[in-house]
Write a protein that binds this ligand. Sequence first.
Ligand SMILES: [Cu+2]
Length: 302
Amino acid sequence: MRFSLLFTAIAAFASAFAADSTNPGTCSTIRVRREIRQLSAQERAAFFAAIWQLNEGPRPTIWDSYAQLHSEAGMLVHRSPRLFPFHRRLLLDLEERLDAILPGFALPYWDWTLDARDPASSMIFSPTRDWFGSQGTCVRDGGFANFGVWYTESGVQPHCLSRRFDRGAQMSPIFPPSAIANIIVNNQDYDLFRFMIETGPHNLLHRAMGGDMGTMVAPNDPIFFLHHAFVDRLWSEWQALPGRFARYDGSAGGQAVSLQDALPHYGDTVRSMLNITELCYRYAPSGTEVSRRLTANQEVFN
Ligand SMILES: [Cu+2]
């Protein structure tokens, strides 16, 4: 027990050090975040078990704390340029927690453009134990059946993880790869790009899934982190285009933002969140970036 606590502390220290952006080149490993369908059933089982573990013990659990933090940061980090850097930091926070349980673990993402036409039929929502289960006031199937959560938007209100698709058995169609490509290519301005992603596909997916995902305590649902990992990947793809890497503009609370701004709760600067390579991770392709490139080329040549 004592050893495992010590080990956890060392692992936490090591990953915090590796993630220090002022020391580029200190990554002991680069985490490769894969599309959820690229994980084996065993890998998903280990991931799910680690999440259940973070939700054990006296309330509020570590898992509960993400919903609380996200809800508290609320309007400071949504409808704001801070959307991308704040959620990038939040994902790293969970990834470090998971690393203590599963050393070297990289968060998976959900490329929902692969399920754009009929998201409710996505494999993600399969009822078997190695997927995330379907919908319900209480989700009763899949790997998070009867998953207990603590917060709602109005405070402490213990309940069971819930999802309520916006069209009954169906969910509204999400953006296909070509639409995402257009948003990435056509919006050079940071805050315009952020606005297009946030109010477009980002909000749409939250609303279409409903239940906990439709609220500010969305991190109650493990899918939240997969959704935001994909949103994070889209920001990194946007950043990879010429002249865009460190662009950050717009205003928050009536004030122009800057790269020196400290992120709510975490205190890290926005600048420290820019470079995912320095943050020691990258995204494995899921195939849709190919169509994004093709669309991008059409934009250039048409
Ligand atoms: Cu959010």
